[in-house]
Each structure stands twice: as C-alpha cells, then as structure tokens.
Design a protein around this ligand. Sequence first.
Ligand code: A3P
Length: 331
Amino acid sequence: MAEEDDNDGCLDLVISELPKASGWRKDGLTLYQNCWFPSNIIPNIISFQKQFKAKDKEEDKDIIIMASFQKSGTTWLKSLLFSILNRSQDYSEHHPLLTTNPQALVPSLEFTVYNPNPQMINNIDNNLSSRAMSTHIPYASLPRSITQCCSKYPRIVYISRNPLDVIVSLWHFANAHPDRSRDWTSVGDFVDMFCSGEINFGPYWDHVLGYWKASLERPEKVLFLKYEDLKEDGVGQAKRVAEFVGVPFSREEESGGVVEQVLEMCSFGKLKDLDVNKHGQLRPNFDNKLFFRKGQVGDWVNHLTPSMADRVNEIIKEKFSGSGLSFRNMS
Ligand code: A3P
C-alpha cells in the first residue's frame, strides 16, 4: 500500500498494512511517514495531525511545543519550560514541580492529549498560564498548520542529546519499562536497533536533523538545544529559552537570582529526590522514577565498548555530514 503523505487522507490509512518492526516494546513499531512509531500510538498521531489546527494568529503565541527524541532530556526541559513560563505565578507556598512529575505538567500530544484513553494519574491544571505541550514526533510529521504556516507561532523548542548517551539511557529505561517485550540484557541489542533506525521515533539522525534544519531555516519558530549545553551553561541556556518563548528574564530577575532559582528547582538532584518522583506514578504501573537515572554527560563510556561507539560514530558522521551539527563527548 502506498503510504499516505497527505494528512487529510489519513482516515483511509490501513495501519495494519504499514511495515512493522519489533523494537523493545510489546506493541512493536510501525513505519509511518518514514518514522518508526510505537504501534499503539499511531491513531493518536493521526488524530493530532488531523485535529490540531494552528490558527496562524496571535492566539497561537502562548502555545509552546517542546520536541525531543526519547531520552534526550525531555523531562528536564519540561520542568524548565514550565518554571520559566509560569514564574509570574505566586508559587512561594507550593511550586507544582514539588508534587507533580514534569511529564504531567507538560502533557505529551501523542501519548496524552490525543489519546482517547490517557490514563494519567496527575490531572493537568487548566488554570496555568503556560500552554506548553510535548511531542516525540519528527518535524516532518507535525501537523502542517504548525510547520507550513508563515507565523512563528506556535513556537517549537527542541532538545537533542549525544546519541551514545541516548542509547545507554534508553537501554536502562527499556529494562525498567512495564511494556517491554522482554528483559534486554545486552546493550548491544540497543546499538543494533539504533543503527538500523528501527527504534521508537527513529531513525534518530532523521529526527535530530529535521529539527536542526528547521531551526536554521526558521530560527524564530524553532529553537534547537543540546542537553550537553544545558549541563555546561544552564544560565545561558535558560535565558535563551525564556527569550525565545517570549518571556525574557528582566534585569531585576537576573540580578535577583531568579534564573538560578529556576535551574535549582529543575535540577536533577532536586527533582530526583522529591517524594513524587521517588514513589509516584504517571499512570498505573508506570513509576515516575523511570525518568531519573544518572543525569550525566558521557555515561556511555561505562556501558558501550569502543567498537560499539565507533559503529555509531561512523553512522552519525556520515548522516550529519555537511549539516553543521555535531555533539561533544562522542569519543
Ligand atoms: P540518563 O538515563 O542518562 O540518566 P527523557 O526525559 O528525555 O526521557 O531523558 C531522560 C534522561 O534525562 C535520563 O538520562 C535522566 O536521568 C535525565 N534527566 C532527567 N531529569 C533531568 C534533569 N533535571 N537534569 C538532567 N538530566 C535529567
């Protein structure tokens, strides 16, 4: 069957006829619009593509879409975006991040918002001023009203991460995930999946390059971040994010240490140690602690052999060639 590339024709799509791969989850993967999606969320993705209508107007100004490949720092950026966007609220008594996992504060478009049966334990507070939502969908598969409109709204903030750390993080995540098809004892299986491209929302290189190129072509619409830069210069990156989403830190805020306070609230150590993230659940059977492991740059050296790293590096070198994109900590 010819794959639909027209979002309006998606109703006719026979999902069962699309190419399939195993991946690491029970439900497996389905190739749709050149991306390997978790099979169970394809209907949600199609609903998102069909129903989400950016209006190409100022009304879209407050909508922020944060995008990422899995295990690239989604949880971290969600907490930062949430804190930056809502910092005018009086949270002196009780900051929502103290009792709610960042994943619930910035809901996923394909897993929650367009899921007819979202199963979220934490209710989303509709009174929040921010309208940030997240996605793992590649840029090319976002609704056309987002990508093809002339307006810079809704804006997109993308976070990327060194692929070697992504592989290792995903391997650990998969082994703790309730929907895994089996225990994945060898990280080599994940290197194989990664290199074949047959991995959730993969291939990784298409995902990252799609947003990278969009950020170069439309810098007012797409902001491209790197996990490693956030680690190295949190203040500089948080200021970039705030400026991009239209709520720059004022001089008073900067001199009053507000940027540092936001970073501290969203820091790995702070979030990981909160009761909600140690013992809470995002949905039944899914522990919040799965989103917090080590939070380090370069942990891949403790898990990948040099030949595994070389294999990934060769592919990335070829795929990224001429793009101007590179990551530190790859060797
Ligand atoms: P590790 O497995 O390398 O520790 P995602 O949020 O996209 O699922 O990515 C998860 C990765 O981000 C995990 O990496 C996790 O530990 C790390 N992480 C989560 N919260 C973080 C934070 N506040 N600061 C830095 N890293 C964080």
